[in-house]
Design a protein. Sequence first.
Lengths: 113, 112
Amino acid sequence: QQQVKQSPQSLIVQKGGISIINCAYENTAFDYFPWYQQFPGKGPALLIAIRPDVSEKKEGRFTISFNKSAKQFSLHIMDSQPGDSATYFCAARSSGSARQLTFGSGTQLTVLP
Amino acid sequence: KAGVTQTPRYLIKTRGQQVTLSCSPISGHRSVSWYQQTPGQGLQFLFEYFSETQRNKGNFPGRFSGRQFSNSRSEMNVSTLELGDSALYLCASSLDLNTEAFFGQGTRLTVV
């Protein structure tokens, strides 16, 4: 019940296109959903996060869509750039006793020039 | 503001040895969490510290331990190293419990 399922495992997009990464969860106690971006040799960097009281959050070219009833959330990267090529992780956390981040398995995004 | 600092960046150890990794959180942050990242298992939670107390622990054997000091700096220790402990160990700091977590660059541990 702690699992967060992420898809696709890898994604290739043309420059200027839209990248979409999806995540699904089971634990209804999760109440915080961040996305992290990780470049090779670096630690994950917080990109954007959402709480379930809103259905969408946008920051620049990055948008999180959240569907509470379906227990799904997704990351949309508009106007994808080669510099966006990285591994993206979704995560989820509850505010209860088990406060650790539970991560998805990651999506390796490649944006072709 | 300086980010999360982890030292050392790289370590090579022999099976059976022990290792200590260090993490300095962002100034003012009081919560530190540790994660293990491997290609096979992904990112897995090890433990969380707040105000020098372990608040939460993941599903790792007792060989993995940690502590937090009064200045919020944290260390994790792995005893009797096994080949499977080879991984990137990541430290994340948060201002408080239930706030955003910011990761360091990690310590790459190789056990030979």
